[in-house]
Design a protein around this ligand. Structure first.
Ligand code: ZN
Ligand code: ZN
Ligand code: FE
Length: 768
């Protein structure tokens, strides 16, 4: 029996090769009709035998192109009278306002080189054998080369390259897998690769790669132009090369990520479970934090010093594949920047990389929007984003209940911003921009905001920022609010953390939740530093129902760089003898005396209820670090030590926080006292570290018990402390075993990189 149907597909279905996919499938099944892009979806009219149509509809879902995301398929019967005798891709009505608006919602993210392209890449008979810019409809640069929408070649940095006839034929043939692949190119057209040793001549083509590989083999650093910016690259097995790179970047300890060619290579260096493999292979190709192999292949010990985790990503451009096939099995890859400033992404600026690298492997395809590598970690099978950038940004998040258009400027560290457009029920979170402490980052932020507002045609009617008076992002928003004549809503830091999880999980903005917001530092409503907060409320208001007992932190936020100060502060506040346990480990007698005075008289101290600083304090007691060189270094070491504890250790914590009678303050004094005793009797530090993690999970469960208005009220975990996978998994397990409904992050980071989304959710429902 012949039937006819109209099918509407919503989701990420434009600019991802969906129409050619529909075309090829319909043609293969012998069906007739047409497919076209519509306002917010793809529409299909299809005619043929009932069985064929059924198969067609099923495969739409199961065989969709890798970059597509189908939210809904709606089918309806139509009259079969206007029967076509073939299947075609119909042009969209280009001047329809609805279509234009829809094209301004989805900018595809950059995608790693796909399997089909790799096969051609390694095939000597293929015309793109080892072509450094091989791409197709399913892979290659997108977000980083798009200058404006709709996503067509003239609106990308590929517009300066004229297609050759062969490429043009592929580009215009709906049956070809490069149909409308905007970055298409080959040896006869498109960008060229070149290598230049600083002070040397420029070499192009195959010899460019060969020279870069020789340089790497010699133990030198090469600046390589990746998809989202320049990277500094050296051999991962060469201790001296890594040490030089650390020197150049002024990065003494912070782990470097490693790039390998494929999952098999990754397995030689680290344990790769099924969930990890899926992340590694995903089109975003992020850095995945994996547990390093103790035997087998090793990277140099200074790649990730004293760290059982190794960040690994797979080669994500053809150029990376070329280098890896020549140089060695594993490369250290880190963004090319001078300490604290944004990543270099233009060829002009790459000249300034001379002090950091021996040469530059670059190309003449411009990067319009810089985008760092993304980082994820897994807790069991659940993903914990650490940095959301290349491959994820700027995929929008659904925000169905949004009422206003918003620009949320985020935090100070790990800054991102967010835009909300209520008519399309979407929010866009920018890629990781960086720490706002310098002019260059602020400029990058400013220009990226302009780019997003222009692309998505958002004219915010409200601005939102953190309450912290010293944040450069907040000051930017204050200036902008005056300039644009729109209101600025200042949002408390931890409220925004909680709201970010609500936004991710589309929890009703009016719904009351119990939020645990644990981090290093955030400006509190009382002007003190918060960071161990239990907030009950919704997006519009909250009550601080409990917090970690505040302490006077000598040196304020700078205490974050010296865990021994955190330990001294916490022991002092607990009435414990800090001088004998911490004093012996600090730098000098002089420093000790100053510290003693500060603590006695609360001089030069800032009051802080930060949970991050409590982790630092415990790390100091275990003598993991007394001074650190990168954020959260001590807390990370504490987690790693706890993870190394014997699995058979019982999961009842030997330590218990004290809760005051109203349950408003939880006090670590008994925990710290017991830890000092355990240290004195020689208990294994790994067991102490594990016990501390359990104690924090325990007190979260007790506080939930105490403060939930109803047993089924959602419990939310957010803030940088929950990047700790051990803590997060202990909390999830404990709370769920007690029947709680728990939500945490899986789309944006728990750290301040997720803050803009929370601010945006709050402002999108703000009444005035
Ligand atoms: Zn491809
Ligand atoms: Zn060509
Ligand atoms: Fe925070």
């Amino acid at each position: 029996m012949m039937v006819a149907e109209h099918i509407e597909i919503t989701g990420i279905v434009q600019g991802v090769g969906f129409r050619p996919f529909v075309y090829r499938m319909a043609t293969n099944l012998g069906l007739c009709g047409r497919v076209w892009n519509n306002a917010s979806n793809v529409s299909i009219d299809v005619f043929g035998p009932a069985q064929g149509l059924q198969t067609f509809a099923e495969r739409l879902q199961t065989e969709a192109p890798p970059l597509a995301r189908i939210d809904q398929i709606r089918r309806s019967n139509i009259s079969a009278r206007e029967h076509a005798d073939s299947f075609s891709i119909a042009e969209s009505p280009t001047n329809s306002p609805a279509v234009t608006a829809a094209q301004r919602t989805h900018v595809p993210p950059d995608a790693t080189t796909c399997a089909d392209c790799l096969q051609e890449f390694w095939d000597p008979k293929n015309r793109r054998f080892k072509h450094p810019f091989i791409t197709c409809t399913n892979c290659g640069p997108r977000f980083s080369i798009i200058q404006d929408l709709p996503y067509d070649r003239p609106n990308t940095t590929m517009s300066m390259f004229a297609m050759c006839d062969a490429c043009e034929r592929e580009y215009t043939d709906p049956a070809n897998r490069r149909y409308h692949a905007q970055p298409i190119s080959c040896y006869d057209c498109g960008p060229t690769l070149s290598y230049r040793r600083f002070g040397g001549p420029r070499l192009r083509g195959q010899s460019a790669v060969e020279l870069a590989v020789v340089s790497l083999e010699l133990g030198q650093t090469v600046a390589v132009k990746g998809i989202g910016g320049f990277q500094l690259v050296c051999r991962a097995d060469d201790h001296l090369a890594v040490a030089q790179l650390r020197d150049a970047k002024q990065r003494p300890d912070k782990p470097f990520a490693v790039m390998v060619a494929d999952v098999e290579a990754a397995r030689q260096f680290a344990f790769v479970g099924p969930a990890e493999e899926e992340e590694l292979r995903s089109s975003a190709a992020p850095i995945v934090l994996l547990r390093a192999q103790q035997s087998g292949k090793q990277v140099a010990s200074n790649v990730a010093p004293n760290n059982p985790l190794l960040g690994i990503m797979l080669a994500n451009t053809p150029v990376h594949h070329l280098i890896l096939s020549g140089a060695c099995d594993a490369l250290v890859v880190t963004s090319a920047n001078h300490a604290g400033t944004p990543m270099v992404f233009t060829n002009a600026a790459a000249v300034e990389l001379e002090p950091l690298a021996n040469g530059v492997l670059e190309n003449d395809r411009d990067i319009h929007v810089p985008c760092d590598d993304s980082v994820v970690r897994l807790v069991g099978d659940e993903r914990l984003p650490i940095r959301r950038a290349r491959g994820y940004a700027p995929v929008p998040l659904a925000m169905p209940a949004a009422r206003r258009s918003v620009l949320a400027v985020g935090a100070e560290l790990k800054n991102t911003f967010a835009l909300v457009r209520p008519e399309v029920h979407l929010a866009w979170v920018s890629q990781h921009i960086g720490d706002m402490g310098n002019l260059e980052t602020l400029e990058a932020f400013d220009s990226l905001v302009g780019h997003f507002e222009n692309m998505y045609e958002v004219e915010p009617d409200i601005l939102t920022a953190d309450m912290h008076p010293g944040y450069l992002s907040t000051r930017w928003a204050e200036r902008e609010s005056t300039k644009r004549g729109i209101p600025l809503l200042k949002v408390q830091h931890h409220h925004a953390h909680v709201a970010a999880v609500m936004a991710e999980h589309q929890i009703d903005p009016q719904q009351e939740v119990l939020g645990f917001a644990f981090d290093g530092t955030g400006y509190g409503q009382d002007g003190s530093i918060w960071g161990g907060e239990i907030l009950r409320g919704n997006t519009q208001s909250f009550e601080r129902v409990a917090s970690l007992r505040p302490v006077d932190l000598p040196g304020g936020d700078s205490a974050a760089r010296s865990p021994f100060r955190c330990a001294a502060a916490h022991l002092h506040a607990a009435g414990l003898d800090w001088e004998s346990s911490v004093g012996s480990r600090t730098a000098s007698q002089n420093e000790l005396q100053i510290l003693a005075k500060q603590l006695e008289r609360s001089l030069g101290c800032i009051t802080s209820s930060s949970m991050g600083r409590l982790f630092d304090a415990v790390a100091s007691l275990l003598d993991l670090h007394q001074v650190i060189s990168f954020e959260a270094q001590a807390a990370i070491s504490l987690e790693m030590l706890a993870l190394s504890a014997d699995d058979s250790a019982d999961d009842v914590s030997p330590y218990t926080f004290e809760l005051d009678s109203q349950g408003c303050v939880f006090d670590p004094a008994p925990v710290l006292g017991a830890i000092l005793n355990d240290l004195a009797v020689g208990r294994a530090p790994s067991l102490i570290a594990a016990g501390f993690h359990q104690a924090v999970a325990d007190v979260i469960a007790r506080l939930a018990d105490r403060h939930l208005s109803r047993p089924e009220q959602p419990v939310i975990l957010s803030g940088g402390v929950f990047q700790n996978a051990l803590l997060t998994s202990l909390c999830l397990k404990k709370l769920r075993s007690e029947g709680r409904t728990v939500f945490t992050h899986s789309l944006v980071p728990a750290n301040d990189g997720g803050l803009a989304l929370g601010q945006a959710y709050i402002a999108a429902h703000h009444p005035q």
